[in-house]
Design a protein around this ligand. Structure first.
Ligand code: ADP
Ligand code: MG
Length: 729
């Protein structure tokens, strides 16, 4: 007799690597499925081409008539590549991407004149069934009307036989219903604020573009094994499973070679990415068994966010061909490292300067320090909002689990920059003497470049680290849509730069200071005020939790607690002032995130209860019956001596019964708590109840199940075990 698990195991071990043809040069195929500059030049009229360029570079709206021409060109391009359908591709607030496919093909009313139709209005506007997407109470369902509109700053692309048009998703009353809209507004805000500040140093700067280079971590599990686990199917993670005797202790996976089946998957994936214009660059094993990472060359933030969302779709689709399932969950396996998505972030000018990279002259270094210190100040002032921006049920498993940054936001800058800030802090207030200024420029600001080239003292425990020429937001979860963290980061830095400019201008005007003096003075004050957020030590240590508390930094370990910062007065004022979201949008997002949290925990609770009762208990009873049979037999043979001889078996029979009882009583108690939570009348209270009353049962139920896994005969255990999920490839 063999279980579903052994069938799955058989399938998994019988697999052979799938052949991949990636002989074509990457540079030859890069972006060939993207309506990029080259395609636009070829398929658009000069007028239409100019309009798109203007929209991308200067945010100029495209008028209706021109949209008609653009649609025509885009359609011709798509048809030339065998495309049959088009879709508005967008990012609703639940983290995944959404699409509604429509055929190009249309006929007239009587069925004659079949044509491939796709005009300006199809390009610009579509009406998805908005009622099926979360709106956090913005509109009642009966009036649920929203539309998607083309975002020309992200190029259309072809996936399969479908033309995908990146779009924003907005309600008819104007509120954003997606992740992209606020991001675009935040990027606009930081462009304005950063350009104004950059002009202190170079009058020619006309535009500042935030850049993002994400690093995507993930697990690959054989599809048959993953499918044999109801928890992986329903929640993306294992809710139970005894730790494998061999885990990641030896760290042999990280430095090992990539297994052939996986390598074939990666090659296939990279080819798809190349076609889609996603500039993937590095691939390697991660710390945990079956864990990997993929990172692209950084891009303009909006495009990088789209590319990450698209990549996550593509990864899953390519995985099907290779009989893998991709686990994006932050913590798919207990006792094994989880996954994150580092967000590397910087600011680039249209004059080709990275504002977070020290330059060759004292002046460019002062520019660097200005953006560097303002970023620190922004994170200092809005640390709770930064924490909230990465909060999710799944990321809760990771933050503070001593493998990822803690739930406390701090900034790591390295010893050398710490020294530079200390010297700047000593700058005397008011106007500087010529000697002071020379000293400062030569000995402090002027020394920067060689200092930063070798920024090797990286601190892996920091949630927000400066890494030489960019900041790295490391606490972002692997399932997250980067738009959320990027909207927050760019908005707070925009606000900070705006305030900075006001302060510097005031000193120049009212105190008659020179520009440099004014900048030094304001920066000095910032250094003094923001010390609490700087931390160079071990972020995993208990000492840091105590120290952080003294410093007044927040430490919200759960999503419901962390999310509250999203609707604080400070946050609502911030997003309002920077024109990123009005209070209705902010509040509706908060609602949606609470609901999502509740649903996730609710599903996990149900699935855990089901598996415990439908898999673990029946299997355990079967094994217990075998033991009972055995004891009966021994009694028959040995008579009254049987008790001594069957001691082990009798002990096991009892132990199994105790764990079964433990499962039953706790599943019942958990169900009761769920019922109580469901009856609560606000999403805030419900999320709190699910977090504090329901979730604690998970560990208790799991520990009974995991003990049973160890006791029960391996032959009859139905669920793929950790060693199989983690080591079969
Ligand atoms: P790791 O964190 O794994 O050590 P790195 O620190 O080298 O790796 O990170 C490299 C990542 O940083 C890449 O994804 C790259 O695209 C990104 N990156 C490099 N420069 C910038 C920049 N100026 N802006 C945004 N991202 C950048
Ligand atoms: Mg990194």
């Amino acid at each position: 007799m063999s279980t579903f698990r052994f069938h799955a195991l058989q399938k998994a071990t019988d697999r052979t690597p799938v052949a991949v043809d990636d002989s074509e040069r990457k540079s030859a195929i890069f972006g060939s499925n993207v309506f990029n500059d080259k395609a636009m030049r070829q398929f658009l009229t000069p007028e239409a081409y100019k309009a798109v360029k203007n929209a991308i570079e200067n945010g100029i709206k495209i008028d209706r008539k021109i949209a008609e021409y653009i649609a025509m060109g885009m359609k011709e391009w798509a048809l030339s590549k065998g495309v049959t359908h088009y879709t508005h591709w967008f990012q609703p607030l639940t983290g995944t991407t959404a699409e509604k496919h429509d055929a190009f093909f249309e006929t007239s009313m009587d069925g004659s004149d079949p044509v491939e139709k796709f005009g300006g209005s199809q390009l610009a506007q579509q009406e998805p069934d908005a009622s099926s997407f979360p709106n956090g109470g913005i509109r009642n369902t009966f009036e649920a009307r929203g539309y998607t509109a083309w975002d020309p700053t992200s190029p259309a692309f072809i996936f399969g036989t479908t033309l995908c048009i990146p779009t924003v998703f907005i309600s008819y009353t104007g509120e954003a219903l997606d992740n992209k809209t606020p991001l675009l507004r935040a990027l606009h805000a930081i462009d304005n604020a950063a350009t104004d500040v950059a002009k202190y140093f170079d009058k020619n700067v006309k535009k500042v573009t935030p850049t993002l280079g994400w690093e995507q971590e993930y697990f690959l599990v054989d599809a048959a094994l993953a499918n044999s686990r109801p928890d992986i199917l329903a929640t993306g993670r294992t809710l139970l499973g005894h730790t494998s005797a061999k885990g990641q202790q030896l760290e042999d996976h990280y430095f090992g070679s990539i297994p052939t089946r996986v390598l074939q998957y990666m090659r296939d994936l990279e080819k798809e990415c190349m076609l889609l214009g996603i500039p993937v660059k590095t691939r390697h094993n991660e710390v945990a068994p079956n864990q990997y990472e993929l990172a692209p060359i950084f891009e303009e933030t909006n495009l990088a966010v789209d590319h990450n969302s698209l990549l996550m779709d593509v990864m899953q689709k390519v995985a099907e061909r290779h009989h893998f399932k991709v686990l994006f969950h932050e913590k798919p396996f207990k006792g094994v490292n989880g996954s994150g998505k580092h967000n590397n972030w910087s600011l680039a000018t249209d004059t080709g300067i990275n504002l977070l990279s020290p330059g060759r002259t004292p002046m460019s270094n002062l520019q660097f320090l200005t953006f560097f210190i303002n970023t620190i100040k922004a994170v200092h002032d809005y640390e709770e909002l930064m924490r909230a921006s990465i909060a999710s049920a799944s990321n809760d498993h990771r933050l503070g689990a001593n493998e990822a940054p803690p739930a406390i936001i701090s900034v790591f800058i390295g010893q050398q920059l710490t020294n530079v800030l200390a010297e700047l802090e000593g700058v005397s207030s008011g106007k500087l003497s010529p000697e002071e200024k020379t000293d400062l420029k030569l000995n402090v600001v002027g020394k920067l470049p060689d200092v930063l080239l070798d920024n090797t003292d990286r601190n892996r425990t920091s949630p927000f680290a400066f890494t030489g020429n960019k900041f790295e937001f490391r606490a972002v979860g692997s399932t997250a849509n980067c738009a959320v963290s990027m909207t927050t980061l760019n908005t707070i830095v925009a606000k900070q730069l705006k305030d900075f400019k006001v302060e510097v201008d005031a000193l120049i005007e009212t105190k008659d200071m020179k520009k440099d003096d004014a900048i030094f003075n304001v920066l000095r004050e910032y250094i003094k005020k923001t010390k609490a957020i700087l931390f160079e030590g071990d972020g995993y240590s208990e000492a840091w939790e105590i120290e952080a508390k003294k410093r007044g930094l927040s430490n919200h370990k759960t999503t419901p607690k962390a999310l509250k910062a999203k609707v604080s007065k400070q946050a609502i004022d911030l997003f309002g002032e920077m024109n990123v979201m009005d209070h209705v949008e902010v509040e509706s997002r908060y609602e949606i995130e609470l609901e999502e949290y509740t649903k996730k925990i609710q599903i996990e609770g149900r699935v855990l209860g089901d598996i415990a009762r439908n898999h673990v208990i029946p299997t355990s009873i079967r094994y217990q019956n075998t033991l009972i049979e055995n004891v009966r037999g021994l009694k028959e043979i040995f008579g009254k001596d049987f008790e001594k001889i069957a001691k082990e078996q009798i002990g096991l029979i009892k132990e199994i019964s105790e764990h079964i009882e433990g499962i039953n009583s706790n599943v019942e108690a958990m169900t009761e708590e769920r019922k109580k939570a469901n009856a609560l009348n606000s999403s805030e209270k419900m999320a709190d109840a699910y977090c504090e009353k329901v979730k604690p049962y998970f560990d208790i139920i799991r520990s009974h199940c995991d003990k049973l896994e160890l006791l029960v005969d391996d032959e009859i255990w139905t669920l793929a075990k950790y060693r199989e999920l983690l080591f079969v490839r």
